[in-house]
Design a protein around this ligand. Structure first.
Ligand SMILES: [Zn+2]
Length: 693
């Protein structure tokens, strides 16, 4: 579960995932969006812009001029509006629970108690920092490296995910992801990731720029303020030690671009390898405290960082470690502690790093926290109310249409040999699709929720998640497992499980309207579905076979062609400069960009197939193809605060929305639909377009 950190990433999901607790915004705007009339929203467009110059502004320009980002948000757009709508719905469902008698220990009771405990600020203020006292005393009592290793092992949580709903950073010293062995998808293995940083990425510590200099200065002040709030003696000196140690940890971290390279991450280590390859940390103590004492085989995703961090555990002064652990213990579940700390965390992570002026209302954070702890239990209520069987049937039909279109495109690819094509078809056929909600739900019976103990509930929830994930080790792989809750406004491809999740939360207007024009549905949700299918064939996804094994199923010539096309797409996106000093990282965003191009192409084919040779009626004078592309670009309607956009460019696999809308320049039909001519800014000559799939 995420707590106070504002930034999260997601490279196989269709959009960057919102932070679990901090996010929140204006419910009324979202409801208005959901009730808006169907069809092309001309009022959002700016038809004074030529579509060939800036398609994003052409479709969304008037909205961009007039929309204001709510004070408690770092970004605002279609996805945020839906998140807000679902947050309001979820809060209402939880409030209804409170009015009904529920058995002690039942899921309904747990949801209601968790939510009510988070809302009870008076009780939280009254307890102050008492929930931390035992941990802080234990940290003060660390007097040798063995005790240090034991403590660090006890902080491990199931808080990372390399390939699915990608969560690549943790403030704990290491991150854990329990997932399929990429070399043998029949079994689970524990993946260990680099961790230990409070700020979103090593760049925040190491990059030389005025923005990062400022972030570092504010971070040092933040550490001191936090330590003071929890009553740390000589907080100034302690803060300096924390900062110095985080700088040393950042220096051994891998970059984002290295992290998303599966070949660099898939390192199998036996238990004994840790002692020889990463000396300094008492691994026996660490792993047994983490619940992994008996585990013999691991995947070490960041071997350099694990070696570097272990060395720091062995050599950095214990005094530095105690200060560091104290700061991290206070921060870890800071959202469940007194308001002064919550405000200080927001000032730094929300305002300084993302530019958001105001903390969201407490009830919104309560919904986020409850979703984090009991997401499947809440999801059951959500789909029962908001996702009727008809919606599931219609969405499933759309998914089927996209699969059919994608399969036909595979058959038409001139560059692909029959051998590779057969493997691609096998992979597509084996792709397991979940629509709306999972077949099986998480069983929360072992999670103990106590009304009035917000902090303890959050802590127990994290430990429950850890135990639930560790329990997978040694069991058969469950390909029906979901990584998103049904109420999530997102979709995701799980490359190692060769599976897709399309939660109920994203299957609603304006992205999907069962009563709306097919052109808009295919352009919006159709392209999202196509995007997720295409992830199975992006630069990372293509490295996994039909069973999810990390194995090259390509002929050498086909792989060379695919990689060459990828390089051209990298160059296309590298050329986008949202800020004079900061360009898009074409390599970091390549998977997403391949998925955007492939998804849009397949969605357009699926749309044309659905017409059966007829042409649809004009809407406000727009042809069917025009409506389709407008539907696509309007799904990316969004604006961001500058610090948030900078953070996204540095840390996120997703290109900012404006450039995602420009995906159209790779599709021939867009040129015909809008009569785009050479000389217009988005124009690419036919041989410079990169459709790939
Ligand atoms: Zn994606």
């Amino acid at each position: 579960m995420r707590t106070t950190r504002a930034g999260t990433t997601s490279s196989r999901a269709v959009v960057r995932l919102a932070a679990a607790v901090l996010a929140g915004s204006l419910a009324a705007a979202a409801v208005a969006a959901a009730d808006a009339p169907i069809g092309v929203k001309v009022a959002n467009m700016d038809i004074s812009v030529r579509p060939g110059d800036d398609f994003f502004d052409y479709v969304n320009g008037t909205w961009l001029k007039n929309a204001e980002i709510p004070a408690d948000r770092s970004r605002w757009g279609v996805f945020n509006e839906l998140v807000e709508l679902n947050r309001q719905r979820t809060a209402d469902l939880i409030k209804e629970l409170a009015t009904q008698p529920a058995q002690p220990g039942s899921e309904s009771r747990k949801i209601a108690d968790y939510y009510a405990s988070f809302l009870d600020e008076a009780a939280i203020e009254q307890r102050g920092y008492a929930p931390l006292h035992a941990d802080l005393a234990a940290i003060d009592a660390i007097h040798d490296r063995t005790q240090l290793a034991h403590w660090l092992g006890g902080t491990l949580r199931a808080d990372c995910d390399v390939l699915n709903s990608t969560q690549l950073e943790t403030a704990n010293i290491l991150g854990l992801w329990v997932a399929q062995d990429l070399d043998n998808p029949q079994r689970y293995l524990p993946f260990l990731l680099q961790g230990g940083l409070s700020m979103p990425d090593r760049d925040y510590y190491l990059a030389k720029s005025p923005q990062m200099d400022e972030a570092r200065a504010k971070f040092q002040a933040h550490i001191e303020a936090v330590l003071k709030l929890a009553g740390t003696p000589d907080a100034h000196a302690a803060a300096a030690r924390v900062y110095a140690l985080e700088m040393r940890i950042a220096a051994v971290h891998a970059t984002r671009t290295e992290t998303v390279d599966v070949a660099k991450g898939d390192n199998h280590w036996r238990r004994a390898d840790f002692d020889s390859r990463a000396p300094g940390l008492d691994w026996s103590k660490f792993l047994s405290a983490a619940g992994l004492g008996a585990q013999q085989e691991f995947v070490v995703w960041h071997p350099g960082a694990v070696t570097g961090i272990a060395a720091l555990v062995g050599k950095a002064p214990l005094d530095d470690w105690r200060s560091y652990l104290r700061f991290h213990a206070i921060e870890h579940l800071g959202a469940f502690l007194p308001k002064a700390l919550v405000d200080e965390d927001f000032r730094f992570y929300g305002t300084a790093l993302e530019g958001t002026p105001e903390l969201s209302a407490r009830w919104k954070r309560a919904v986020g926290a409850t979703n984090g702890a009991l997401g499947d239990a809440v999801g059951k209520l959500y789909v029962a109310r908001y996702f009727p069987p008809e919606a599931k049937a219609q969405a499933t039909a759309l998914v089927d249409a996209l699969f059919k279109a994608f399969a036909q495109r595979l058959d038409r690819l001139e560059w692909m040999s029959p051998a590779t094509r057969a493997q691609a078809h096998a992979k597509l056929a084996a792709l397991k699709v979940g629509v709306g909600y999972p077949d099986h739900w998480i069983d929360y019976s072992a999670l103990h929720i106590v009304r009035g103990d917000a902090y303890g509930n959050a802590d127990r929830s994290e430990r429950f998640d850890l135990a639930r994930n560790l329990a997978k080790l040694g069991k058969p792989v469950d390909r029906s497992e979901w990584v998103l809750t049904p109420q999530t406004v997102n979709a995701v491809n799980l490359p190692a499980m060769n599976a897709l999740n399309f939660p109920a939360g994203i299957l609603q207007p304006p992205l999907f309207d069962p009563k709306g024009p097919p052109a808009l549905n295919f352009g919006a949700i159709g392209a999202v579905i196509g995007h997720e299918i295409s992830h199975s064939f992006d630069d990372q996804g293509a490295l996994f076979d039909a069973e999810g094994r990390f194995r090259n199923w390509w002929t050498a010539a086909d792989m060379a062609h695919f990689q060459e096309a990828g390089k051209r797409l990298v160059a296309q996106y590298d050329a986008y400069r949202p800020f004079p000093d900061l360009a898009i990282n074409g390599q970091l965003t390549l998977s997403e960009n391949i998925a955007d191009v492939g998804g849009l192409a397949a969605a357009h084919d699926a749309y044309r197939l659905s017409l059966g040779g007829t042409e649809p009626p004009l809407d406000h004078g727009f042809t069917g193809d025009q409506q389709f592309f407008i539907g696509f670009a309007s799904a990316w309607r969004a604006k961001m605060r500058e610090p948030a956009e900078r953070q996204q460019i540095i840390t996120d696999g997703h290109t900012p929305e404006k450039y995602r809308a420009a995906t159209v320049r790779n599709i021939d039909a867009w040129y015909q639909a809008f009569d785009v001519k050479p000389g217009e800014k988005l124009y690419l000559p036919p041989d410079a377009r990169v459709p790939i799939w």
